[in-house]
Design a protein around this ligand. Structure first.
Ligand SMILES: [Zn+2]
Length: 146
């Protein structure tokens, strides 16, 4: 699959496009066409709006991965984290630009687009979001570093 096709196939990987239910304000990523919260009342039909996630969020859980999957050999060990975005949806992604030992629950991060992996001899490179520390804006109540 070419990079262009990859982008077209998964646009939300590129732009963090989500959707928001204007009835109950719930935000969904990947975007949904109807709101599960409101479906039983059929209220959300036609009331879902596109929403661009800021990419800012906070680590709520993480694990340090030592065993790389095929195509990820260059990246171990790395931190795979659950990040709750400021808009609400929880994303899964690698945390980069920080030592795995420095990643903590509550760490403020920002999505950044990075190379995810190379595929086979053709060298097809897939890009997607990863998270990097957002050191300029520590969250209130975040545990002290160091
Ligand atoms: Zn709803």
């Amino acid at each position: 699959m070419s990079i262009a096709r990859f982008w077209r196939a998964t646009p939300q990987r590129y732009n963090l496009g989500a959707s928001k239910c204007t009835v109950c304000q719930q935000v969904y990523f990947p975007p949904r066409t109807v709101c599960p919260n409101c479906t039983h009342h059929r209220e959300s039909i036609g009331k879902m709006q596109p929403l661009q996630l800021s990419g800012d969020g906070e680590v709520i859980s993480y694990t340090i991965v030592h065993d790389a999957a095929e195509g990820f050999e260059m990246q171990v060990p790395y931190v795979l984290a659950l990040v709750r975005t400021d808009e609400g949806p929880v994303l899964t992604g690698a945390v980069v630009d920080v030592s795995p030992s420095e990643v903590t629950i509550g760490l403020r991060v920002r999505a950044t687009f990075r190379k995810l992996r190379e595929e086979g001899k053709a060298g097809v490179i897939h890009y997607g979001y990863k998270f990097a520390p957002r050191e300029t804006a520590p969250a209130p109540g975040a545990p002290p570093t160091g």
